[in-house]
Design a protein around this ligand. Structure first.
Ligand SMILES: C[S@@+](CC[C@H](N)C(=O)[O-])C[C@H]1O[C@@H](n2cnc3c(N)ncnc32)[C@H](O)[C@@H]1O
Length: 260
């Protein structure tokens, strides 16, 4: 495993304004720390809690995301914020023996938690790990055929900086596949979802993962994240083209596919 020490040393850091960590307004440095602590605290239980709280839907969403990306044999793919590696394993199945995937995540514990699952998979030899920050990748410009991010950009401290980095490391015409939570479109479903995510999720987090705090941040971070329309505008302003948006399960999650 290559370790790239995250380096966010912005010269103008002290002038950065506060950012959201769920419903809290915090400094960018605090958010960096809180996100790190959040994933440190849930890494060991991440996969099982994901399946439990999404009632298994996250597997379907991830499969659909990779079908939408349609990776081709020989591709070099970056799974940014790859965590425990679900998207990487699904994509690795499609790129053949000549393709490769790099899982890049800022959190070592998340990648460690996913390693046994990846090593058991028949495509393990196509996947490498790099610890690194998506807001300042250690990769050259125009390197990857595709970048995937599953449920990661919501945690960025500087969303546009991270998206610009993804754009930078993609080859011209390279594809960006983003899977992220959004909001249900039906009012009835939205009310049910609020109940589920603000009452049941924190309680389940407390009972089954030993952390109420982490599973309070999760629904809050979804509520404060830009809407699909806003995110599409941000992607286009950065330079992405042909942005496609697909809603999943009444809009609980969304797939975005864009080209450099
Ligand atoms: C909700 S998990 C998603 C994991 C995996 N992609 C999935 O779909 O199951 C979000 C991941 O993003 C990572 N992350 C958050 N901010 C990051 C950053 N700036 N650079 C790289 N990884 C980051 C976290 O460490 C965590 O592993």
């Amino acid at each position: 495993m290559t370790i790239h020490k995250p380096n966010r040393g912005l010269p103008d850091q002290e002038y950065e304004s506060d950012v959201s960590f769920g419903y809290q307004e915090v400094t960018p440095e605090e958010k960096d720390r809180l996100v790190r602590e959040h994933f440190d605290s849930i890494a060991g239980k991440y996969d099982i809690m994901n399946s439990f709280l999404s009632l298994g839907f996250h597997h379907l969403w991830k499969r659909k995301a990779i079908r939408t990306l349609a990776p081709e044999p020989g591709w070099l793919i970056l799974d940014a914020c790859g965590g425990t590696g679900d998207l990487a394993v699904l994509a690795a199945d499609r790129i053949g023996k000549t393709g490769s995937i790099i899982i890049c995540d800022i959190n070592f514990a998340m990648m460690e938690a996913g390693k046994p699952k990846i090593l058991r998979s028949p495509v393990a030899g196509r996947i490498a790990f790099v610890q690194g920050d998506a807001e300042g990748f250690a990769f050259r410009n125009d390197s990857f055929d595709a970048v995937t991010v599953g449920f990661g950009i919501r945690n960025f401290t500087r969303l546009e900086k991270g998206l610009r980095e993804i754009y930078r490391v993609l080859k011209p015409k390279g594809r960006f596949l983003c899977l992220e939570f959004s909001r249900p479109t039906s009012r009835f479903f939205n009310a049910l979802y609020d109940l589920y995510s603000f009452v049941w999720m924190p309680l389940a987090g407390q009972i089954f993962a030993g952390t109420r705090k982490a599973y309070t941040y999760l629904p809050e971070s979804i509520r404060v994240f830009p809407s699909p329309d806003r995110l599409i505008r941000i992607l286009e302003e950065i330079g992405f083209s042909r942005v496609i948006h697909k809603r999943l399960t009444n809009g609980i999650a969304s797939i975005y596919l864009a080209r450099k």
